[in-house]
Write a protein that binds this ligand. Sequence first.
Ligand SMILES: Cc1cc2nc3c(=O)[nH]c(=O)nc-3n(C[C@H](O)[C@H](O)[C@H](O)COP(=O)(O)OP(=O)(O)OC[C@H]3O[C@@H](n4cnc5c(N)ncnc54)[C@H](O)[C@@H]3O)c2cc1C
Length: 309
Amino acid sequence: MRRLPRKILLWLARSDRLRERLSSLPFMQRAVRRFMPGDTMDDALGAAVALQVLGIGTIYTKLGEALTELSQAQDVADHYLELLARIKTSELDGEISVKPTQLGLDIDEDACLAHLRTLAAAAEAQGSYLWIDMEDSSYVDRTLDLYQRLRATHPRTGICLQAYLRRTAKDVERLLPVNPAIRLVKGAYDEPEGVAFQHRREVDANYLGIAVTLLREGRTRPLRIGLGTHDAELVRQIASHAGAAGIPKGDFEVQMLYGIRAKEQRALARDGFRVQTLIAYGPAWYRWYMRRLAERPANVLFALRQLLP
Ligand SMILES: Cc1cc2nc3c(=O)[nH]c(=O)nc-3n(C[C@H](O)[C@H](O)[C@H](O)COP(=O)(O)OP(=O)(O)OC[C@H]3O[C@@H](n4cnc5c(N)ncnc54)[C@H](O)[C@@H]3O)c2cc1C
């Protein structure tokens, strides 16, 4: 039963007609503020200042995906270059996370790689870091390929892998030779049973197994491991595996989204974990926000409450 609302919300996320209609409704614009400090780079940087005071670092994502023209990808790359410069001048502990389709993957793969190289070089020069998001399963091969090519020359780059995909444990093995930085998430898209585990129990078990493998491998090679989840119980379980194996807290980090489990983020930071909050911003929030609703359909009630005066 829990899966049906999720599937419906993810189906709604793909509708361009609904995107046009719903994005302009004031109650939706109020509801999305729970997960986004605002539409602009200034809004995102402003939210980061408050987090930095609490010892929490930030990762920034400008929303938007599946572009149709290469000139739009150039605009996105320029935006991130400006953002990296602003992170540096604001003396923030900040990194960036990009979607390959936002940099033109659907239109021209070489152009997309060129943008990734430019952003990786800028991130390196400014002591920052470039993360690559993982989109739906039709993009996984191309995204892994881009990352392997990028990582060969740009070590301050990481990739997101999704524990709901049956293939992910093998993808980790494939990436290990490049000493990757991996952000492990559960996965946010609607995927068929042949491709992805459908039950939370299976996804969590796969997540735990992959995280433990990464921690073990991290003892003999320089991996960066990001646990991208709000599942505090799972994080504590992984931390206790690490503790039992003598792996220090500093060997992995916890990454969560802005507006979700904020208290837990602060508690983990107080307990000595490296915590990063991913701040998404920008006017193209519709698909991203619908995926947040799908993760917790109870959020729909919160959105509907914004209809009240
Ligand atoms: C830093 C970061 C980067 C990500 N990048 C990607 C990516 O590149 N590709 C991708 O497919 N997915 C990405 N995701 C999303 C991810 O795949 C999951 O869909 C999302 O994190 C929800 O799963 P969960 O791990 O939090 O666990 P769940 O089991 O879904 O949730 C655990 C608990 O967290 C809380 N929670 C979770 N989601 C919400 C929510 N939306 N609203 C309120 N409470 C919530 C609830 O209390 C829930 O019980 C990212 C997530 C994070 C944190």
